[in-house]
Design a protein around this ligand. Structure first.
Ligand SMILES: Nc1ncnc2c1ncn2[C@@H]1O[C@H](COP(=O)(O)OP(=O)(O)OP(=O)(O)O)[C@@H](O)[C@H]1O
Ligand SMILES: [Mg+2]
Length: 267
């Protein structure tokens, strides 16, 4: 059986994690653009990593994820740099790093062009907030405290490699590519969902939520968890600024609708 210790040992053996304290230029920053060089390629080329467990490496704007075909959990690694939308030049994605973790004296000039991290957006966050996995762990714990654990794939830090933090999260079947996506809920559920959405002026009124695309998942979540819990969940995501509700961030554990990406996204 592959253990967490085995996984950390292989990541350390084959991948090149920069020590956040010692980063001196942009080339050291792990971003979506260079994650392949740091994580994917060395693992693929290793003769036997993870004891031969089949896996794929996925990435979004703020995290890398190692998804094992046959294990009930994934490994999540926060990106240090991240993508940001450049609204001035149209809606193009530009590669940027947050640089907040770099001591001021060592920041390269390009750091000053980088967009905000979550740092300034909410008092929940601190200077360390280039780390979106750390924020997910915080939300995961808060959800447990508030009786809403069932809506979230649980996440926790499992250790550090060269001071670089590594996380584990329950594996989720992603809504965007799941067959459950086409499973309709009852008529009553859809009309209740419509009532709920129109009754709260700010519910789900967030930039990365597409109500058409997310509709089946929302209805399924309402049906599965019940109206009372669903209302608490909507209040929770509003309070904690979980604004990145798109179909790649929702999914299922078994037939239970959960969020897999609940760090939000900030330009
Ligand atoms: N628990 C999980 N189970 C299965 N796949 C996962 C899980 N967590 C993440 N993934 C995969 O890794 C991708 C990136 O993870 P995640 O969505 O958490 O990061 P992100 O970079 O913040 O994404 P975004 O682009 O939405 O900001 C996901 O889109 C998904 O394909
Ligand atoms: Mg995501």
């Amino acid at each position: 059986m592959l253990t967490i210790e085995d996984i950390l040992r292989d990541l350390e053996r084959y991948c090149d994690f920069p020590d956040p304290e010692n980063i001196i230029d942009d080339n050291d920053i792990i971003t979506e653009g260079n994650y392949r060089n740091i994580i994917s390629i060395p693992l693929r080329n290793a003769t036997c990593c993870f004891q031969g467990e089949p896996f794929s490496v996925e990435a979004g704007a703020s995290k890398i994820c190692i998804v094992f075909d046959n294990l009930p959990f994934v490994i999540k690694i926060p990106l240090m740099g991240r993508h940001s939308y450049d609204y001035i030049n149209g809606d193009t994605m530009h590669l940027r790093g947050s640089c907040y973790y770099i001591p001021e004296s060592k920041r390269t000039s390009s750091c000053y062009y980088f967009s905000q991290t979550r740092v300034d957006s909410n008092e929940l966050f601190s200077d360390e907030d280039w780390n979106y996995c750390d924020h997910e762990e915080y939300i995961s714990d808060l959800a447990i405290e508030e009786g809403l654990a069932d809506f979230f794939a649980k996440e926790e830090c499992i250790g550090y490699i060269n001071n670089y933090p590594i996380y584990k999260q329950e594996k989720v079947e992603v809504y965007a590519s799941s067959n459950f996506r086409n499973k309709p809920s009852s008529k009553d559920t859809y009309s209740l969902l419509d009532d709920i959405i129109t009754s709260g002026p700010t519910y789900l009124d967030v930039p990365f939520c597409d109500l058409d695309e997310d509709r089946e998942w929302l209805a399924q979540a309402l049906e599965y968890h019940g109206e009372e819990q669903f209302m608490k969940f909507l209040d929770f995501i509003e309070r904690t600024d979980i604004n990145d509700l798109h179909s790649g961030n929702m999914g299922y554990i078994g037939n239970r609708p959960v969020l897999l990406d609940y760090s939000g996204f900030w330009n």
